[in-house]
Design a protein around this ligand. Sequence first.
Ligand code: AMP
Ligand code: MN
Ligand code: MN
Ligand code: MN
Length: 288
Amino acid sequence: MKIDLHSHTKCSDGELSPEELVLRASNKGVDVLAITDHDTVSALEPARDAIHKHKLPLKLVAGVEISTRWHGFEIHVVGLNIDDKQPELVALLTQQQNTRDKRAEKIAAKLARVLPESYGFTAEIIMQKVLEKAQGQSISRVHFAKTLLEAGIVDRMQQAFDKYLGRKGKAYAAPEWISVEQAIAAIQAAGGHAVLAHPTRYDLKNKWVRKLVDYFAEHKGDAIEVGLPRQNNNELIQLATYAQQAKLKSSQGSDFHRVSSYTELGSLLPLPEFCEPIWTDWNMVNPA
Ligand code: AMP
Ligand code: MN
Ligand code: MN
Ligand code: MN
């Protein structure tokens, strides 16, 4: 069974519509797919409709990827099997969207200050371009990165993060995300499981990754992501061992954002035998 519990659509920083995403997942032989957009659940309803319309043999897991703050780092907490209509969760995600909007204004102002005047990029012009890209959905730093790329200010997306948008970049704006424990509590109150996303992909030293995993376990998190995209066996075993030591379950996901040669829906190494997968007691029957 092919299980992918981390993916994105246009509703945040992904490139496919919810319908295109579920069609592609099905095409790639995925049986169970979680859509986990950044701080929004707006892809879930159209994805359900598309599964129904095309009669896809795909089980959709209602998910979200919540941005949090921990010791000055931006840590992502994935919620799986949530009730995406639960009023408290919906209110919290609205608050996170407001945080995104405020942060976007700050990033635009900082960029306008640090970019050479010859580009003519005032804060207003930058915001206009970013809003066009976000199309009324969740505003992401990816939209800023694409704006910089299109203007020829950077050559690659990664360069946009390294030079301007990342934690050490010239236009970084520290957002007021909620705490890790608030995210865990909100996900669980909405009937879901809280999963620490990609623990080894935050630019944290090993010692800090372990601290983060322990912190997540202490605050009643359910699982950590063990199966990640573009992963070698060492990283897989390392994460599986962290999960085992902290008595947390294991999750896996491609973190698919766009069609590329780097990641594909459902394309993951199998979890080691000693892991306890988060989905063992889920009802995997496809309702469509
Ligand atoms: P945001 O959620 O608006 O803070 O944007 C973060 C998103 O940018 C991540 O979810 C990734 O999809 C994307 N991204 C790409 N490269 C980087 C990078 N070097 N650092 C952080 N985020 C990156
Ligand atoms: Mn993303
Ligand atoms: Mn993430
Ligand atoms: Mn993600």
